[in-house]
Ligand binder design. Structure first.
Ligand code: 2P0
Length: 360
């Protein structure tokens, strides 16, 4: 089995003095959630996500060789302007991945990054952002070691992204990604995300995700703190085993196309995630009144129309509405008629399943 040691860079075959790359990487939305982790960003349970298509980070990485290799050196630009407050996160990322990428200290980097969604939307940019940066670093490593295989390139990119932000490892490749060891998913690993290996039912082709922006304010509790509160959480063990079970069920559902069962698992996972937050010590609530109002409207609409629309939640108040492409028109009409009023400034983002990071 592949282990962490296999990802340590040790063969400089080429000398590269300067250059630049640019990659985009998408956000992703978990169906079975990652909540709780061990040391080194190892997940406490496996998770599975849809990769998104439109919500992306685009990052350009410029690099020039420097003579002094004692420190990391980089400039960070956000939408073309220097952004000092993002730098500590990048510094920490470099420190975490240094053992795998010892060449980083040989270069000065210019990291120029932007999102296709508004920064203050409450859509986490850590997944897409860390994934886009990891892809660029792997492009540099590929120049240093041209013999690297494609599989290794993507696996290591996902491993590096994971060390930046856990969920980022699911934003590298594939329209459906599993991260974390699961006995029924071939090739699954705690170290990196893998493409869901089975044939997926046509019901899930171009599956839609409309993201209702309920609250764009800064979260009171970061995800990193939330994950940490799963240590000594009274329901932790049951939750972790439930996630394994739900992943088995959703695997079957993705293969057979049963949308009723899909809805049941996805909504239960979203509410369980928030239940974990409400039952940790200290406890906290990230949903807002409008989050609940939207959920109730979705249930009413689904009951009345039998249209297979469901919701999921991230670690925040925004609501992701998931539905098959063939009910797009009716669902968007429902969103315009009944849900826009619950969104901050009437804002929502129409996204759909996508295919991972792209070199630009
Ligand atoms: C997920 N979330 O599976 C879960 C569900 C949010 C809700 O992973 O500390 O930004 O960087 O590993 O990945 C958000 O947490 O946390 C997250 P770190 P991350 O998508």
């Amino acid at each position: 089995m592949i282990s962490e040691k296999d990802f340590i860079f040790n063969q400089n075959t080429a000398i590269i003095n300067e250059g630049s790359f640019q990659w985009s990487a998408p956000s992703n939305i978990a169906l079975v959630k990652y909540w709780g982790k061990k040391e080194h960003q190892i997940p406490a349970n496996p998770s599975i996500s849809f990769t998104l298509n439109h919500c992306k980070t685009i990052t350009k990485l410029g690099f020039t060789k420097k003579s002094d290799s004692s420190n990391f050196s980089f400039d960070l630009l956000f939408e073309g302007k220097p952004k000092e407050d993002f730098k500590p996160k990048i510094q920490k990322f470099f420190e975490r991945i240094e053992v795998y990428c010892p060449y980083l200290k040989n270069y000065h980097f210019t990291i120029d990054t932007q999102n296709t969604f508004p920064h203050s939307s409450g859509i986490a940019s850590s997944a897409s952002g860390m994934a886009a940066l990891a892809m660029n670093i792997m492009s540099l490593e590929k120049e240093l070691n041209p013999a690297m295989t494609n599989d290794f390139f993507y696996q290591k990119a996902s491993l590096l992204a994971r060390l930046g932000s856990g969920s980022a490892c699911r934003s590298i490749k594939g329209n459906i990604v599993v991260w974390g060891n699961h006995k029924e998913i071939n090739g699954s690993s705690d170290l990196f995300g893998v493409e869901f290996p089975s044939e997926v039912h046509a019901n899930f082709n171009n599956y839609q995700d409309t993201i209702l922006l309920v609250d764009k304010g800064e979260k009171q509790v970061s995800s990193t703190v939330g994950h940490d509160l799963m240590h000594n959480h009274p329901f932790a063990e049951q939750r972790f085993s439930q996630a394994h079970h739900n992943l088995s069920t959703i695997k079957r559902v993705l293969e057979n196309g049963n949308l009723d069962e899909f809805i049941q698992i996805v909504e239960s996972e979203a509410l369980t995630l928030h239940a974990m937050m409400m039952t940790s010590m200290p406890y906290f609530i990230l949903m807002k009144p409008n989050t609940l109002a939207i959920i109730n409207k979705i249930w009413k609409f689904r009951n009345e129309t039998r249209i297979p629309v469901c919701f999921t939640l991230d670690a925040g108040a925004n609501v992701h509405i998931l539905y098959p492409e063939n009910v797009r028109v009716e669902t968007l009409q429902f969103i315009k008629d009944e849900l826009v009023g619950y969104c901050q400034n009437g804002q929502y983002i129409c996204d759909e399943i996508g295919f991972g990071a792209q070199k630009l």
